[in-house]
Design a protein around this ligand. Structure first.
Ligand SMILES: *[C@@H]1O[C@H](CO)[C@@H](O)[C@H](O)[C@H]1NC(C)=O
Ligand SMILES: *[C@@H]1O[C@H](CO)[C@@H](O)[C@H](O)[C@H]1NC(C)=O
Ligand SMILES: *[C@@H]1O[C@H](CO)[C@@H](O)[C@H](O)[C@H]1NC(C)=O
Length: 437
């Protein structure tokens, strides 16, 4: 009993410690020195709702008694639980409040931010050892909230990196009965070969959606949810290339954090981030996957819609879905399949194709490929093709049998231009007159 009492006292002491002058709480800020002094797992929660968008309330299960909920927690609303991951040197994840506010703009919910700074700031392998302990503590809170009237299925966990596996283990503790887990680039190192008990998997919640952006480094390369979105193939993100201006840390973390930024942008709802199911990104780029028939025609969309917008039941498991994004917010792009047929003699010809809408251009040397454009196909004004083949190989023109464009997922018949020649040095162009339905 004494220990429980002391622990409570400790938590409350710390909470008071962190409360700012205006009564609003923030994530624990820690220095190495403070950290060494009390290097203990400490879990606390920040609550944000539409009634306190700018001013988080802090609490811990220690301070939650049967009769007392944090004032703004409304048990008849759904709850979002944000779980951050590893924190380099205790640095405060500045995005957490932004994500909470984006969620609140999208839905009237309780947003709980799990703050587990001390545990998360140690060496990565030791943090990995403590992630289940964090999950156990969160499960105590969920049990308490359940007693006060919250339904298990009304909880939606959003876990970033290692936080995804913390969420997964909370799901395991509740035997998959929590409503949803959204994993934003779930951590890969030490998890890829782990048993499903030890990592996030589809049995952890009624629906698990996952965004992969750094599968080859910090993220996990295998599908771990019901629907797994692999952005630009899931490894390297556009706009994250090494630049002399970016710090090494910024460069390394850019791919990993892209999942979060894309998710926040999706919550803003300015455009749909729609993906197509396929076996691999290579096949996707080759135009082998053009519809969402495995989901009865509904394509998955990143964001809050139920089951990511797919309406097939039962929901498939570990389904890889692919999309191309642009390099900055709002990240959306339209997928356009380009098919080019040339006379057989011209097989090694090289053509560059440009789709023009106003002054937005997308170009690529193609035979059959999926490319991304800011505008949907119905808004494309013209196609331009250049003969870029090696000079020594072919001085003459390329005989094109047809070039066909198709917006994905496939709904209409392709838009084709037939029989024309593209001469060296003279771009071929064709204006399109179309209307969007
Ligand atoms: C938190 O840490 C940052 C950087 O380490 C520092 O600039 C800031 O003043 C700290 N804030 C508080 C409230 O201690
Ligand atoms: C809790 O949410 C319900 C449903 O939106 C609403 O009717 C009720 O007024 C809220 N209660 C409080 C105390 O805000
Ligand atoms: C979302 O919208 C808010 C308010 O309109 C804006 O401040 C924020 O930058 C947007 N975030 C993203 C990621 O688009």
């Amino acid at each position: 009993m004494c220990c429980v009492f002391c622990w409570r006292w400790f938590v409350q002491y710390c909470v008071a410690d962190q409360q700012e002058d205006d009564g609003c709480a923030d994530l624990t800020n820690t220095t190495w020195q403070q950290y060494r002094q009390r290097a203990k797992l400490q879990v606390r929660y920040l609550l944000l709702t539409r009634n306190n968008l700018e001013c988080a309330q802090v609490f811990s299960q220690g301070s939650l008694s049967k009769t007392q909920l944090p004032p703004y927690f409304n048990t008849s609303l759904k709850s979002k639980v944000i779980v951050h991951g590893y924190r380099a040197m205790g640095s405060k994840p500045s995005w957490v409040i932004d994500l909470a506010q984006a969620l609140l703009r999208a839905e009237d919910v309780n947003v709980l931010i799990v703050d587990w700074v001390y545990g998360a700031s140690f060496a990565y392998n030791l943090v990995v050892e403590s992630y289940k302990e964090v999950a156990v503590q969160i499960s105590v809170l969920i049990n308490q909230l359940q007693k006060q009237g919250s339904k298990l299925e009304s909880f939606h966990f959003i876990g970033v990196s290692l936080g995804a596996h913390v969420s997964g283990f909370v799901g395991t503790l509740f035997e998959g009965k929590i409503g949803r887990i959204t994993a934003l680039d779930p951590a890969g190192p030490m998890f890829k070969r782990a048993d499903t008990f030890d990592r996030l998997d589809p049995s952890d919640a009624q629906f698990v959606d996952v965004i992969h952006t750094d599968s080859d480094y910090f993220g996990i390369s295998i599908p771990v949810g019901h629907v797994d979105f692999f952005l630009n193939g899931g490894n390297d993100q556009t706009g994250c290339a090494r630049s002399k201006f970016a710090s090494m840390y910024g460069y390394v973390i850019c791919d990993h954090m892209r999942a979060l930024h894309v998710y926040m942008s999706a919550l803003n709802g300015s455009c749909a981030l729609t993906a197509l199911p396929c076996t691999s990104y290579e096949d996707f780029l080759l135009g082998q996957c053009v519809d969402c028939n495995v989901f009865k025609g509904t394509c998955p969309v990143i964001g809050l819609s139920e089951n990511s917008g797919i309406s097939v039941s039962p929901v498939p498991k570990e389904q890889k879905v692919f999309l191309i994004t642009s390099s900055s917010a709002p990240f959306c792009a339209h997928h356009i399949l380009v098919e080019l047929e040339v006379a057989s003699l011209d097989k090694s010809a090289e053509l560059e194709l440009t789709l023009v809408k106003g002054n937005q251009k997308t170009h690529k040397t193609v035979y059959r490929t999926v490319l991304a454009h800011q505008a949907p196909l119905c808004e494309i004004d013209s196609i331009i093709m250049r003969n870029t083949g090696a000079r020594f190989y072919r001085q003459a023109e390329v005989h094109v049998r047809s070039v066909c464009l198709l917006q994905l997922p496939r709904r209409e018949t392709p838009l084709c231009v037939n029989k024309f020649d593209v001469r060296r040095g003279v771009p071929w162009s064709h204006d399109l007159i179309q209307v969007c339905n």
